[in-house]
Design a protein around this ligand. Structure first.
Ligand code: NI
Ligand code: MN
Length: 237
């Protein structure tokens, strides 16, 4: 698919997603590259990242945040607690925020929204509380809005996120066990109302059983939706 999404979306495996705007800005969400079994070669040498967004503290979302922040000097938006943690590790340009708030970073707007999940940071043998998990609505310079749900179960206020922000793309976890599976993700798509659904957080390990094929099957009867299936390293725009 080309040119219909309003933004370029590259799946870097598991929950790591790279967005590139038409104006040339890069937004990286939830970096997990070293140790990510589904990380493609393209993820190894990310050079220019303008904005780094972190949805919650679990290692499969934050493991490479410090290294990438120090190498690429992006503006970093995350919840307040994670911003304190990252500051203690020497990360700069931090924007600690909370749900309902919007930051405007290098022309990109990021609004922190609800997610139903947990959030802790594992630091050696310590478990650090890492605030509440979140999703983001990302608005690019051309007005394209993406709802990047983060790790979450389905919740009724996804309908509100759809009504208020009117995203045309929803990036949803479908792997099951830790997040929604395809059945819930299909119902979530209907609540949100975004035409293009990009499934992530699947196929990384055998425990994640939800598949894009199952999501497609469940959404097939709804012509309003298009599942944008990517393999790790692939891009849709
Ligand atoms: Ni998680
Ligand atoms: Mn996760």
């Amino acid at each position: 698919m080309s040119g219909t999404l309003g933004v370029s979306i590259t799946w870097l495996g598991h929950a790591t997603v790279l967005y590139r705007s038409a104006a040339g800005k890069s937004v990286l969400v939830d970096p997990w590259i070293e140790g990510n079994p589904s990380s493609p070669p393209a993820a190894k040498d990310l050079k220019s990242i303008d904005v780094l967004l972190i949805t919650h503290g679990h290692s499969d979302h934050i493991a490479d945040a410090v290294a990438i922040a120090k190498r690429c000097h992006p503006d970093v938006a995350c919840n307040f607690e994670i911003s304190l943690y990252l500051a203690s590790r020497g990360v700069e340009r931090l924007h600690g925020m909370n749900k309902g708030g919007t930051v405007s970073l290098r022309g990109i707007k990021a609004t922190m929204v609800q997610a139903i999940h947990s959030s802790t940071i594992q630091d050696g043998d310590r478990l650090i509380p890492a605030g509440e998990p979140a999703g983001f609505v990302i608005e690019f310079e051309n007005g394209t809005r993406v709802y990047h749900a983060g790790d979450t179960g389905i919740f009724g206020d996804m309908k509100l996120i759809g009504e208020i922000y009117k995203p045309t793309v929803a990036v949803l976890p479908i792997g099951d066990l830790y997040t929604m599976g395809p059945m819930e993700a299909a119902a979530a798509a209907k609540l949100i109302g975004a035409r293009h659904i990009v499934p992530i957080h699947h196929s990384t390990f055998p425990a994640l059983t939800g598949t894009p094929a199952e999501l497609k099957r469940r959404l097939a009867v709804w012509p309003d939706f298009e599942v944008v299936e990517l393999k790790p390293g692939e891009t849709a725009s």
